[in-house]
Design a protein. Structure first.
Length: 117
């Protein structure tokens, strides 16, 4: 079983920045690529960004490319998401998990990001 704990969310004005953190523990063997996902009110959960544990290859959704940066610290089993130039449409609960997530994977509680003036 893998435990995932997301943190770093909050209320920010449009154009502002936030840095999210995800700490993974437990049996993370097989979690070769880690990702960030988000779910806005009334919408399906969607992919945001992903990074391979080795090599650092990154992937981004088109809506966040150029504004968000994903990074990782293998020694700490942690993944981060630096979010700049935030927009109201970025408002959502943000989650981390392996990418792609598998049926039956457990999810953390997520961290709420609210972009509003």
């Amino acid at each position: 079983q893998v435990q995932l704990v997301e943190s770093g969310g909050g209320l920010v004005q449009p154009g502002g920045s936030l840095r999210l953190s995800c700490a993974a523990s437990g049996n993370i063997f097989g979690f070769y690529t880690m990702g960030w996902f988000r779910q806005a009110p009334g919408k399906e959960r969607e992919f945001v960004a992903a990074i391979r544990w080795s090599g650092g290859t990154t992937y981004y959704a088109g809506s966040v490319k150029g504004r968000f940066t994903i990074s990782r610290d293998n020694a700490k089993n942690s993944v981060y998401l630096q979010m700049n130039s935030l927009k109201p449409e970025d408002t959502a609960v943000y989650y981390c998990n392996r990418d792609p997530p598998r049926a039956g994977d457990s999810w953390g509680k997520g961290t709420l990001v609210t972009v509003s003036s």
